[in-house]
Design a protein around this ligand. Structure first.
Ligand code: PLP
Length: 399
């Protein structure tokens, strides 16, 4: 047998893209249909209606054939005008990237400094908005689940801070790694534009992205002046009303999206969110047992979808990932930006079960050993104890 043959399934334990379930793959693999025919119109109507249940909105959700970055850009170019000030919060790498994108397209973003270990500080946002007496800031943009750090922020608190400051700025939220994995309520939380992607909680391959819109966002787009063509909400909404798209849509991914929505609603969103929270708690139990810190330093803000594990000084996180790949056929997320080689990220989102999670934890524990990283054994037992609700005591006894 060749060295490159790795029997058994690959463990794709990234915080996205995630594993696509067979039922969804089958739908995607079905023959491509006419995107201007009646069968496609029925599909469009169904997915546009269904995706609203995932965002918890009665307003429109735009679906683009693009990665999440496209939907980031779409949110900004539709609602804003050249030179507009935008307030952002530095939760980590993805907040920084969104900020860079805003600057590149001619906006004036201001990034409130964060430590890459904590959630958005809604009070700091409120304080900055109160200083902005002339209302130069047109939008507040925050990342719900910062995928580089494993920290989740309270979006409703940001809305309350904007309202308490009496400021008219739009609220934009990046849900790329939280959508369909972490509770999100577009209408109830008063978000104006939400940005999503297909390749994480929705369990689809990369290639679809989303903008969920409030009425205020749609009104802002009527007078905003950023140049836009491909991303134009107005053209998309007009075509969608007739059951179509203004250009060739990602037909096969939309066939998969129909199944994704079905599967999520069959399990029930609350059950999906609870499953993610349990997996995250079990993962943290393992990390604590090994004797490592999580990148998230705020116990109230741990992400349900991923855990970023800090390696001790002088230990390469990438060496652990390399061993996980070579010996365990498992992909773990790498450290991004300033966390390069400092953390590895464990994805526990999408289509996974408890045995899959435990296999992941056991694989990482093995990789730590192969990489010669000093750690306490018993992470897998700690995860089992957390999943079965027996806490850490039994696992500690076994040491
Ligand atoms: N925002 C967050 C929170 C992400 O995790 C990602 C990608 O991982 C993006 C935005 C960018 O999305 P994409 O890579 O699909 O363009």
């Amino acid at each position: 047998m060749s060295d490159s043959v790795k029997p058994g399934p690959h463990f794709l334990q990234l915080p996205g893209p995630t594993t696509t379930p067979l039922r969804m793959m089958e739908a995607i693999a079905r023959p491509t249909i006419n995107h201007r025919g009646p069968e496609f119109r029925a599909l469009t109507v169904e997915v546009l209606e269904g995706i609203r249940t995932i965002f918890k909105t009665s307003g429109p959700v735009i679906i683009y054939p693009s990665s999440g970055t496209g939907a980031w850009e779409a949110a900004l170019v539709n609602a804003l005008s050249p030179g507009d000030a935008v307030l952002m919060y530095e939760t980590g790498w993805f907040a920084t990237l969104w900020c860079r994108l805003a600057r590149k397209i001619g906006l004036e973003p201001e990034l409130l400094a964060g430590d890459w270990r904590s959630p958005v500080d809604a009070e700091a946002i409120g304080a900055r908005l109160r200083e902005d007496k002339a209302h130069r800031i047109k939008a507040v943009c925050v990342v719900h689940n910062e995928t580089s750090t494993g920290v989740t922020s309270d979006i409703a608190a940001v809305r309350r801070a904007i309202d308490a400051a009496g400021h008219p700025a739009l609220l934009m939220a990046d849900l790329v790694s939280s959508l369909a994995s972490v509770d999100y309520r577009h209408d109830e939380w008063g978000v104006d534009v939400a940005v999503g992607g297909s390749q994480k909680g929705l369990m689809l391959p990369p290639g679809l992205s989303f903008n969920a819109l409030s009425e205020k966002a749609i009104r802002a787009a009527e007078t905003s002046r950023m140049a836009r063509a491909y991303w134009d909400w107005a053209e998309m909404l007009d075509a969608n009303r007739r059951g179509f798209f203004p250009y060739t849509p990602a037909i096969n991914l939309l066939q998969g999206l129909r199944v994704a929505i079905e599967m999520l609603n069959e399990e029930g969103l609350d059950a999906v969110f609870a499953r993610h929270r349990r997996a995250a708690a079990a993962t943290r139990a393992a990390v604590a047992r090994w004797g490592f810190e999580t990148q998230c330093s705020d116990a109230t803000a741990h992400s349900p979808v991923l855990t970023a594990v800090r390696m001790p000084e002088g230990v390469s996180a990438d060496a652990v990932r390399d061993h996980a790949l070579e010996r365990c056929n498992m992909s773990l997320g790498n450290g991004l930006g300033q966390l390069d080689d400092r953390v590895f990220r464990i994805g526990h989102l999408g289509d996974f079960s408890e045995p899959l999670l435990l296999g992941t934890i056991a694989g990482i524990e093995a990789a730590l050993g192969y990489a010669g990283v000093a750690h306490r054994r018993g992470g897998t037992e700690a995860a089992i104890a957390a999943l079965s609700g027996t806490g850490m005591a039994g696992a500690a006894d076994m040491a």
